[in-house]
Write a new protein. Structure first.
Length: 110
């Protein structure tokens, strides 16, 4: 349970920051698709560094006989969640919101 709570905290924090960055860029007037791409490129380094720091911290408890299972699950869980955060979250957010952010084409009458 401790590992799941730690993983959920890291995943949710990274995802919220990524989505917030997309929203800020779109509110500033950037095209929504470009905002998603730019947010992924800009936030990739901090997300990866956060994941690496958490994996490094879990690496030090691998020797403990009680918490070694927790350490292994944290290391691999953070690795997978970091990849998913950088790929799946932007794609799903774009798919869910592209209609809301798309503007009607100029010169098209209804």
């Amino acid at each position: 349970m401790i590992g799941m709570i730690a993983l959920a905290g890291i995943i949710v924090r990274n995802s919220i920051l990524l989505v917030d960055f997309i929203n800020e860029q779109a509110a500033a007037g950037m095209d929504f698709q470009e905002a998603v791409i730019q947010a992924g490129a800009t936030r990739a380094k901090p997300i990866v560094l956060t994941g690496l720091a958490a994996m490094l911290g879990a690496f030090f408890i691998l020797d403990d006989p009680i918490f070694s299972g927790l350490a292994v699950s944290l290391i691999f869980g953070i690795f997978v969640s970091t990849l998913l955060t950088l790929v799946v979250i932007p794609v799903l957010y774009y798919a869910a919101n592209y209609r809301k952010h798309s503007s009607p084409k100029a010169g098209v009458s209804s």
